[in-house]
Design a protein around this ligand. Structure first.
Ligand SMILES: C[S@@+](CC[C@H](N)C(=O)[O-])C[C@H]1O[C@@H](n2cnc3c(N)ncnc32)[C@H](O)[C@@H]1O
Length: 512
């Protein structure tokens, strides 16, 4: 696997690293002991070359190839130690006054070798069970806190997933139980040069005495700290605090239900083929190929008509021609270098290696990689869909719900629950998608639902990139904004909602 991914090598910019150093430089004395457990190119501690104070510096880096002669010379000086090795080998008896770090970000399923879960858990040896979905940075932060002396300080920059994820709840709890989070700087965009996603800088002080405090939460759209908005969050409420907030609407209002409540069947991702190039086709190339919805850009209207691709369903009898095809592709797959690791294993040991698991599709599908088009599509024929879609099954008032799903309220809700992937692309994770608040049609005035029904039907027949659909959606939005205002005693307008949406989409809306 790519070393950069396996070791989470994304480096901190100069601007951000200076900002982090400034968060504790005023507190350092000659007697301070400072650690960077994932040094990279010595991003943080190099600033001490210019400092008049000479604290003890300890850095750890597992990747030998990052150690330049400049770095070696830097650590050759008195009172400095460079450990080329694994942070999880550092004994917990080593204590520090300050720890500064940008820990590696590696998803749990990629935790292998030096960063295997077994090794990590042995080294941390914590009584509480750390959630198994935790990203590597969570383990780094927990171990770092265990290395802090009483009143020691941790300054770290980590991706913002801990604010929203279920494993993040554990980290929040751990931080609160072991000290005080003084500040969280939430930089929502462009925090790293080569990874355009949101990040948080956390300023944490370890203390054994239990303290309630108000955490300063700074929201920034880029690294310009002067433009930050500040909120105070009670430390006790951190775990339940909703970081996915709308500035305009209250998504916890009882006019909303959730997508998972609306769907009759569990919402799930579509079908994964074993190797797209060999199992998914543009046309019905083989007898056993059946229709599947794959390509969102092919879908012209709000309803699936015949924009199908084809997938091989080999769960029943297989024709002679297809058998030959399977022989041919199995050889090709086995000869492909650097890809299909699991599939190659399966070809070798499993005579049914080509069988794909089919899952029913729902009558509404949603492509979870979103740009400006955040469209729910009607799939009346329940055609199978591929794994770039989530599918829902709505049995009651399908056209009313279809109108609501494509309203500005749902669009904003989806964006709030999505993550920036860079270059204008956002992704909605399945567990977050299920929780997306959607206006509950049962709460609407009885004379509004027939109007939504007509508009939903009209929308289902319209073209996605056509101007006419904007007219229909505008009528839907007006009805819903009125209902929301009546319900919540507010006076918001469609324009307010559009402005809120602009936080997520930089390009001007095409229906402005
Ligand atoms: C996100 S980078 C940060 C580097 C640097 N501190 C910066 O901010 O630019 C994380 C670094 O941790 C290193 N790393 C990964 N696993 C490690 C481990 N178990 N022990 C020590 N270093 C590790 C990676 O090689 C990488 O250089």
């Amino acid at each position: 696997m790519n070393k950069k991914i396996e070791l989470g090598q994304v480096f901190t910019s100069e601007y951000l690293s200076k900002f982090m150093i400034n968060l504790f430089s005023g507190e350092i004395t000659e007697h301070s002991r400072i650690l960077d457990p994932s040094m990279g190119p010595n991003t943080f501690l190099k600033y001490f070359d210019k400092s008049t104070i000479n604290p003890e510096l300890v850095s750890i880096e597992i990747d030998n190839s990052l150690i330049t002669s400049d770095i070696s010379q830097f650590y050759d000086k008195e009172n400095r130690t460079l450990i080329i090795g694994n942070f999880f080998d550092l004994p917990l008896s080593e204590k520090f006054d300050f720890i500064i770090e940008n820990p590696p970000y590696v998803r749990q399923e990629l935790l292998l070798d030096d960063n295997s879960k077994e090794k990590i858990l042995n080294s941390i040896n914590l009584k509480e069970k750390i959630p198994s979905q935790s990203n590597l940075y969570v383990y780094f932060l927990i171990k770092s806190i265990l290395h802090l002396r009483e009143n020691g300080k941790l300054i770290t920059v980590v991706y913002d997933s801990w604010l929203y994820s279920s494993f993040g709840k554990f980290l929040k709890d751990f931080l609160i139980k072991n000290g005080i989070i003084k500040s969280i700087y939430h930089i929502k965009n462009n925090s790293f040069d080569d990874a355009l996603i949101g990040a948080t800088v956390i300023e944490f002080v370890k203390t054994n005495s239990y303290n309630k405090n108000k955490i300063k939460y700074f929201e920034l759209n880029n690294l310009n700290i002067l433009n930050a908005k500040v909120k105070l969050i009670d430390s006790e409420k951190l775990k339940t605090y909703n970081f996915n907030e709308s500035e305009i609407i209250n998504l916890e209002h009882k006019i909303f239900t959730t997508l998972e409540n609306l769907s009759e069947k569990t919402i799930h991702r579509g079908i994964s083929s074993l190797a797209n190039g060999y199992f998914l086709f543009d046309n019905k190339k083989l007898l056993e190929a059946i229709p599947i919805i794959k390509n969102i850009t092919k879908i012209k209207s709000y309803s699936i008509i015949d924009e199908f691709s084809y997938i091989l369903d080999l769960n029943k009898d297989i024709s002679a021609k297809t058998k030959l095809y399977l022989d041919d592709i199995s050889n090709k797959i086995l000869l492909t270098k650097g890809k299909y690791k699991a599939l190659k294993e399966s070809i070798k040991i499993n005579s049914n290696w080509y069988k794909i698991k089919f899952k029913d599709s729902g009558n509404i599908i949603f492509n979870y990689y979103v740009r400006n088009n955040i469209d729910f599509i009607l799939n009346k024929s329940n055609t199978y869909c591929s794994d770039n879609f989530y599918s829902l099954q709505i049995d009651e008032k399908i056209y009313v719900n279809f109108a609501i799903l494509n309203s500005i309220f749902s669009k904003l809700s989806i964006l709030i629950h999505s993550r920036n992937q860079g270059n204008g692309l956002r992704k909605v994770q399945l567990y977050e998608f299920k929780k997306v608040p959607i206006i509950d049609y049962k709460k609407l005035n009885k004379n509004v639902t027939p109007k939504l029904e007509v508009l939903g039907r009209e929308l289902s027949n319209s073209v996605r990139c056509d101007f006419h659909k904007n007219e229909i959606i505008k009528k839907i939005d007006l009805l819903l904004v009125n209902e929301y205002n009546k319900f919540s005693n507010e006076n918001i307008s469609i324009k307010d909602l559009k402005n809120d949406i602009k936080r997520f989409i930089n390009k001007k809306e095409d229906n402005d």
